[in-house]
Design a binder for this molecule. Structure first.
Ligand code: 3PG
Length: 218
């Protein structure tokens, strides 16, 4: 019989992760050293939860380096699309997994690993399907393009009990509109570590952006 790891435990762990900061930086790296330096700058600014997307050849090495070398960081893998990708991330010590959407294969694969998944949705039907599987925390993606804060607000009275992490197209100016909603626990975005600042090695600049983001109310 295949092992099914309890959703209750995973929801509790996700609740802890999303509770650590109002913003989850969503980042893409192909160099572990740069990933470590950027993550240190983010943690120093008060954003310990970091999502590194699986969109480069060295993404797994970057996640692994941050998990081992950055004190205080809680590292997750983003853009997890297949069961194989999920297993690879679990093996290297990812603390949470994020996917842009959810397939049945991905949901079943997650039942066999001990790392929580934050799956993406953009419609009530998708959210209802995941609710039926026991999920309490979902990514709302792509947030700005799929309807923004007004759309997400209109889901709250019907999808009771679900909490969202809107991601996609957010900025420092837009984030507060989402964080003000009752059904939003945190938001995700890349604005806290812009590519130009990473390329310039402007770690203090990234720490400043992170500090501003970590001070947002929710
Ligand atoms: C992503 O998958 O890259 C995230 O949704 C981040 O989106 P953003 O760059 O628009 O913040």
């Amino acid at each position: 019989m295949k092992l099914k790891i309890k959703m209750k435990n995973k929801n509790e762990r996700l609740s802890e992760v999303v509770g650590l900061a109002p913003v989850i930086p969503v980042l893409q790296f192909n160099d572990p050293e740069i990933a470590v330096q950027t993550s240190r700058a983010l943690v120093a600014g008060g954003l310990p939860v970091i999502e590194i997307t699986l969109r480069t050849p060295q993404a797994l090495a970057c996640i692994s380096a941050v998990a081992k070398q950055v004190e205080g960081a809680v590292v997750g893998a983003g853009t997890v699309m297949t069961p194989g990708m999920m297993r690879d991330c679990v093996e290297i010590g990812c603390q949470f997994l994020v996917s842009p959407g959810a397939t049945q294969d991905l949901i079943e694969a997650n039942q066999k690993v001990d790392v929580p998944l934050l799956p993406g949705v953009a419609t009530p039907s998708e959210a209802m399907g995941l609710m039926a599987e026991g999920y309490e925390f979902l990514k709302f993606f792509p947030a700005e393009q799929a309807g923004g804060p007004q759309y997400l607000k209109s889901l709250a009275p019907v999808l009771q009990g679900l909490k969202f992490c809107p991601t996609g197209g957010l900025t420092a100016e837009k984030a507060p509109q989402y964080l003000a909603l009752d059904n939003v626990v945190c938001v995700g975005g890349s604005w806290v570590a812009p590519k130009e600042k990473i390329a310039a090695g402007d770690w203090d600049g990234i720490t400043e952006l992170a500090a501003a983001a970590s001070a947002l109310d929710r």
